[in-house]
Design a protein around this ligand. Structure first.
Ligand code: 2RA
Length: 329
């Protein structure tokens, strides 16, 4: 399988290369793609050195699959060029997620929607993926009415510049700012840009993408996305109201039996999900599961996942695995 990784030198790109290797994805030829300033560099992958090429060169090499993590503008311009020559693109940007003609996929939930005709497939936003991984099985049993979610997002979601800003602040060095304010010992209710309605794009991704992935526009969602100085993953406090009542033991059993979800919920042992634990792992961790005593049929939970892995790279590679396993290329 000839695989292009577009954005190969970025944070998500590097994790995608690691995940391809870890999962023994059948890569016969790797085509690392990056911006002009990186063209010509070499990237080691599975014991071989590959030369970073430009997007135009990558298209001419006709890869079977192109895994994109290079921003929305690059994806809007170049994903169609790959698709035109028969490459299947799986894109991590938000460019195609709400396009009615494109599928928005979390393999454990809706990979069965995919067909050979899907040549540009959207990978959902990291904070959406981890939330729907826990909520999809519960929606099937109890039908979600409303979700209230607050996120506590790692600086790694912003990228290298943000990680560098925190390092500089910890070292007492004045450097380039990824955020309008210091992030050390701070919490910024500002992930991505503000929209007309006063929400940020990150918050509206949680609203719009959740309804698309669960295929249910009746689900009401409201979100507050906060950036905090953690590495290793995004955390979310989720309050979910169902149409039907539930039994907490059944909720835990459903989640424990959901592939890709691990329940960490034993208060006697102070066992609950944390980013320092989720870091580097592919599962979505769920804990602090408890009934919302303020209203009927409503549940609280705490959901943590590595935003660079299941939130981006691993989900992308899992989509590629599904395409290969089901002969959909
Ligand atoms: C963030 N989910 O965390 C966004 C993009 N990775 O900033």
């Amino acid at each position: 399988m000839k695989i292009a990784v577009v954005g190969a030198t970025g944070m998500v790109g590097e994790v995608m290369l690691n995940v391809l290797k870890e999962r023994n994805f059948p890569v016969t030829e790797l085509i690392p793609v990056a911006s002009e300033k990186s063209v010509g560099k070499t990237i080691a992958f599975s014991g071989k050195d590959y030369t970073v090429v430009s997007l135009a060169t990558a298209v001419s090499l006709r890869p079977d699959i192109a895994l994109f993590s290079a921003g929305g503008n690059t994806s809007l311009e170049w994903a169609p060029k790959f698709a035109e020559i028969g490459t299947t693109v799986i894109d991590n940007s938000s460019a195609w997620r709400m396009d009615q003609t494109k599928k928005l996929i979390v393999p454990e939930i809706n990979a069965s929607q995919l067909s050979k005709n899907d040549k540009i497939i959207a990978n959902p936003n990291c904070s959406t993926i981890q939330m729907v991984m826990a909520l999809a099985p519960l929606h099937k049993h109890y039908k979600i009415k409303r979700i209230v979610v607050s996120t506590y997002q790692s600086i790694s979601g912003t990228g290298v510049k943000a990680v560098k800003q925190l390092e500089n602040e910890l070292a007492g060095i004045k450097g380039e700012m990824a955020y309008p304010y210091p992030i050390h010992q701070n919490a910024l209710p500002h992930c991505d840009v503000f929209e007309e309605n006063g929400y940020t794009k990150e918050e509206m991704k949680l609203v719009r993408e959740t309804q698309k992935i669960l295929d249910d526009k009746t689900i009401a969602v409201t979100a507050t996305a906060v950036r905090i100085p953690t590495a290793g993953g995004h955390s979310e406090s989720v309050n979910v109201a169902f149409e039907k009542d539930f039994d907490l033991t059944e909720i835990r059993n459903i989640l424990s039996n959901t592939p890709g979800v691990t329940v960490q919920d034993n208060l006697n042992e102070n066992s609950y999900p944390m980013p320092i634990y989720a870091n580097g792992k592919d599962d979505v961790f769920v804990g602090r599961i408890r009934r919302d005593e303020s209203q009927p049929n409503t549940l609280n939970m705490w959901i943590v996942a590595d935003n660079l892995r299941k939130g981006a790279a691993t989900n992308t590679v899992q989509i590629a695995e599904y395409l290969v396993e089901n002969s959909l290329l």
